[in-house]
Design a protein around this ligand. Structure first.
Ligand code: BGC
Length: 274
């Protein structure tokens, strides 16, 4: 079905999505939502096999198709074999959601090179390796107009910390700032080939990565001071945005970073200060 401006209203049915780091948290939410929207989903994990299997199970129970694939996104050979397995199973890849991310927090003066390298390796180098592999596959396969107006879609899950500095987490903020200009630069480079590239920049979402920030009522109240919309986000808040960015409903959205943060990036301190 084709609507106004030739937008393919079939959305993402029958397309194949790789979601990195989808054994828990935001990635798991995105995998489930893409599966429910009719995509075949590759549920990638690095260590949490049980979590990945559970997400696969939930997608299949909902009538979708999914497989779990182990890969450390910071390793080139792991990323290549994850794409091979996806292509062997489903024929191609149409959507990459580059979500895998970690925090290794430390005061700057105490931060070890290992903490720095792990975070840059997974959050930034992982995004590079997966996006490069995805773009190569999109170009190999070519356009399938009845499936999507785009050759393929790449969505990075970044963070409000691509713009908000974060003391005590400088490796993480540096990785997300890097993802922002990496995303925009490849959007500029790949747009002419009809590869659509965007990011979602989540604020505070209830997941294992930030459990201490929301698990007690006191911590949550503190966190809410930073969120004008006055609730902590849930993975599904990000997942719905990801489904939209993966579908032709957003066909003219390219090279943008969509804040999904309840207003966290609005400098809430200025509501009463300044
Ligand atoms: C971090 C979370 C944090 C949130 C808002 C995310 O990118 O991973 O730990 O709660 O940003 O500060």
């Amino acid at each position: 079905m084709t609507g106004e401006h030739g937008v393919n209203e079939k959305k993402i049915t029958g397309q194949t999505a790789i979601v990195t780091g989808s054994s828990s948290g935001i990635g798991a939410g995105i995998a489930r939502e893409l599966g429910a929207a009719g995509a075949n989903v590759v549920v990638n994990y690095a260590g949490n096999r049980d979590g990945a299997n559970e997400v696969v199970h939930q997608i299949i129970e909902g009538g979708g198709s999914a497989i779990a694939v182990k890969a450390d996104v910071s390793r080139e050979e792991d990323v290549a074999s994850m794409f091979r397995e996806a292509i062997d199973t489903y024929g191609t890849v149409d959507i990459l959601v580059s979500n895998a991310g970690v925090q290794k927090d430390a005061a700057f003066l105490d931060m070890t090179l290992d903490q720095w390298n792990r975070v840059i390796g997974i959050n930034l180098t992982g995004a590079f390796l997966c996006a490069r592999e995805a773009a190569r596959e999109f170009l190999r396969r070519g356009l399938v107009p009845e499936r999507s107006s785009a050759l393929g879609k790449i969505i990075f899950i970044s963070s409000v910390h691509e713009i908000i500095p974060w003391a005590g987490h400088v490796n993480y903020a540096a990785s997300k700032g890097g993802v922002m200009l990496f995303m925009k630069s490849i959007a500029q480079e790949l747009g002419p080939q009809k590869i659509r590239v965007n990011s979602i920049a989540p604020g505070a979402i209830k997941t294992p990565i930030n459990r201490p920030a929301w698990e007690t009522p006191e911590a949550e109240a503190n966190l809410l001071n930073l969120i004008p919309y006055n609730r902590v986000g849930e993975p599904v808040d990000i997942a719905r945005a990801a489904v939209w960015l993966a579908s032709d409903a957003s066909d003219y959205v390219h090279g943008t970073s969509l804040l999904v943060d309840g207003g966290m990036a609005l400098y809430p301190g200025f509501a009463s200060g300044g």
